[in-house]
Design a protein around this ligand. Structure first.
Ligand code: NAD
Length: 282
């Protein structure tokens, strides 16, 4: 039987409506949530992502500031920009759009962001909080996956979740969130042996690899929930990491690409911004 398609567009739309209502309620209390995005250089994909974030903020009623720095800007200028945003009490969330041009030290910049304004959840303080089960900011993409599972009432506790990918942005926080929701979690990566043997045990399989068609039907247990985080450009089309046509005939639930996880990422960025403003209370 064909899998149920997890409709990221519909879930994100409803979620963003909730965000807009919450924003209005905060504004009525005198709190104007404010996200500042720092964009360095001319990377076309980054320009699109930043524009999408800006538009989503405006639509939700969240104040948005985009600071554009030149491709050849110095580390010092970038760090001064972030430090000024840290000090600016009107700014609740700070996001530095990645990747940065090669001459800039990304890790240093991310470390500089005030952890309480780190709405991307990339600061080590927030990774540590997630690891320790303390409140903090969690990266938006894995948070979005959790919202999709919730929206479709997919139970997690006691289930075997297999995450392919161990990046700080997706794989690791995804595994931590699933663990916190009481799944038994296996993390697979580029050095994992017998990958298909492990993925075939998954009740919930999350693919965050960055390779088109990487997860094939023979790697999936019948009835499993398959979450495709991948975004790959093939012949001008966006496709995921999962061989969608074949896997959707075998899985119980599946996210399409586009129209799945990607839709949720910005929605959760908005939610993190509201949380930052709420915690700040100013
Ligand atoms: P990354 O390159 O940092 O990590 C990829 C991971 O895949 C690594 O941990 C690596 O160990 C693993 N991997 C590579 N080859 C493998 C193999 N042969 N077998 C098993 N594991 C293997 O990428 P990332 O930032 O984690 O992103 C992963 C994908 O998700 C990319 O396609 C990216 O574009 C996409 N992404 C989507 C969103 C979204 O909003 N939907 C957000 C972030 C990233």
């Amino acid at each position: 039987m064909a899998a149920v398609i997890i409709d990221g567009r519909a879930v994100a739309k409803a979620y963003k409506e909730g965000i807009a209502a919450r924003t209005q309620e905060m504004i009525a209390r005198g709190i104007v949530p404010h996200l500042a995005v720092v964009l360095v250089g001319e990377n076309p994909a980054s320009q699109v992502y930043v524009r999408n974030k800006e538009n989503a903020c405006i639509k939700a009623g969240i104040r948005s500031t985009v600071i554009r720095l030149a491709q050849d800007c110095t580390q010092e200028t970038l760090e001064e920009t972030v430090s000024a945003l840290n000090k600016d009490a009107s700014v609740h969330g700070i996001l530095v759009q990645l990747p940065l041009p090669k001459h800039l030290d990304e890790a240093r910049v991310l470390r500089l962001i005030d952890p309480d304004k780190d709405v991307d959840g990339f600061h080590a303080m927030n990774s540590g909080r997630l690891m320790n089960g303390q409140p903090g900011f969690v990266p938006c993409t894995p948070l979005g996956v959790m919202e999709l599972l919730k929206a479709y009432d997919i139970s997690i506790a006691g289930k075997h979740a297999v995450v392919i990918g161990r990046s700080n942005i997706v794989g690791k926080p995804m595994a931590m969130l699933l663990l916190a929701a009481n799944a038994t979690v296996t993390i697979c990566h580029s050095r994992t042996q017998n990958l298909a043997e492990l993925t075939r045990q998954a009740d919930i399989l999350v693919a965050a690899v960055g390779r088109a068609g990487f997860v094939t039907a023979d790697m999936v247990k019948p009835g499993a929930t398959v979450i495709d985080v991948g975004i790959n450009r093939v012949d001008g089309q966006i496709v995921g990491d999962v061989d969608y046509a074949a896997v959707s005939e075998k899985a119980g639930y599946i996210t399409p690409v586009p129209g799945g996880v990607g839709q949720m990422t910005i929605a959760l960025l908005l939610a993190n911004t509201l949380d930052a403003a709420e915690r700040c209370g100013c």
